[in-house]
Design a protein around this ligand. Structure first.
Ligand SMILES: Nc1ncnc2c1ncn2[C@@H]1O[C@H](COP(=O)(O)OP(=O)(O)OP(=O)(O)O)[C@@H](O)[C@H]1O
Ligand SMILES: [Mg+2]
Length: 349
């Protein structure tokens, strides 16, 4: 069973929202509704998130990402459709039950994380627990553990203004982690950070995720961030999910021109894997120079293939030979994309 499931979710702002949903179901467009002063923020969104997955929602400004996220934790009531958390329909819970699920199972991390200036870093990290009435000693212990997980050990007694922007954002992450919530909802949590710090936070999140195995819904408008973090990526356009797949699906088989326009700037060599671009092992190529497993990013094949005409052997999950990657195959998969390492390979071809 999936941990989180959205079924035909709609959110319409404005007058007579239910009538607007029926019109959308009958094929009306978002623009037609807008002419009547009604905004269809989310239209017929369905997806599932498995426990331990990072599910990324990506799309341009106004595409409905935040509205979707707020329905997932019950902050906003869907106009139609349902949200199932461990099989329980959040939309059918009483306000008290919903508060209970929200406070014990779900945590949000926002883009601009507001720390209380007159509380220590530790007290800030413990805030979510304080609201839940957890006794001081226990909440300080748990907050200290969370700060350590977020890479802030030693900063417990500092004040927020002594921390850099990236560190303050880590306190936000620590606050969410301290609550033990299984489901983390992150809305553009890293978007306000400098590129290098942002990358660092992405690494930290991936590293944490390996150990903690939370279920994460992460919103971003940055495709590179989506591709680095997402086990699955849902691309939203004008309120609708237009594609839901792995980074590779989106790169190799974009659903439409909108999705394709996002992927132009992506470094394919980091997303594509040896397994996705390999050719059948054939008798015609009896010799191989190295052996890699199917999950290896193709970026790691550049050096080998630029120094040798012999293909690289690829093995599957079971360790058995699965295929070969040739220099020509590699270049074809990367397409026209200019890339320093591609030039390195091309120079020899
Ligand atoms: N409370 C509201 N009342 C009316 N319209 C709203 C409300 N909240 C959002 N909208 C509209 O719904 C649409 C989707 O907004 P939303 O904030 O979900 O987009 P987003 O993808 O998160 O955008 P951004 O990347 O800018 O954060 C927008 O047209 C927005 O103006
Ligand atoms: Mg938003």
């Amino acid at each position: 069973m999936s941990r989180l499931k959205a079924e035909h979710l709609y959110k319409v702002f404005g007058r007579r929202p239910e009538a607007a949903v029926r019109r959308l179901e009958d094929g009306a467009s978002r623009d037609e509704l807008r002419a009547d002063g009604t905004t269809a923020a989310v239209i017929d969104a369905s997806f599932e998130v498995e426990a331990g997955q990072i599910f990324v929602v990506m799309g341009l400004s106004g595409s409905g990402k935040s509205t979707l996220l707020r329905m997932l934790n019950g902050l906003l009531e869907p106009t139609a459709g349902s949200v199932l958390y461990d099989g329980r329909d959040l939309t059918a819970l009483s306000p008290r039950e919903l508060r209970e699920v929200r406070s014990s199972n779900i945590s949000m991390v926002f883009q601009h994380f507001a720390l209380f200036p007159h509380r220590s870093v530790l007290e800030n990290a413990a805030y979510g627990l304080e609201v839940r009435g957890v006794p001081r000693r226990e909440r300080e212990e748990r907050a200290a553990e969370a700060l350590e997980l977020a890479g802030l050990a030693g900063w417990e007694t500092s004040w927020p203004d002594e921390l850099s922007g990236g560190m303050q954002q880590r306190v936000g992450l620590a606050r969410a982690l301290a609550t033990d919530a299984d489901l983390l909802l992150m809305d553009e949590s890293f978007s306000a950070l400098d590129p290098l710090i942002r990358r660092d936070m992405q690494d930290q999140l991936l590293d944490l995720q390996k150990r903690l195995k939370k279920t994460i819904v992460f919103i971003t408008h940055d495709l590179n961030e989506a591709m680095r973090l997402g086990d699955r990526i849902a691309v939203m356009r004008d309120g609708r999910i237009v594609q839901n797949g792995t980074a590779e699906d989106i790169l190799v088989r974009p659903a439409d021109d909108y999705v394709a326009s996002f992927i132009q700037d992506v470094d394919r060599s980091r997303v594509l894997t040896a397994g996705s671009i390999m050719d059948e092992p054939s008798a015609a190529v009896p010799h191989t120079t190295a052996t890699v497993d199917a999950d290896t990013p193709v970026a790691e094949l550049f050096t080998t293939l630029s120094h040798s005409d012999t293909p690289v052997a690829v093995t599957g999950r079971d360790g058995e030979p699965a295929g070969v990657v040739t220099r020509e195959g590699l270049l074809a998969a990367l397409g026209e994309q200019p890339h320093a390492a591609t030039e390195e390979v091309t120079a020899r071809a």
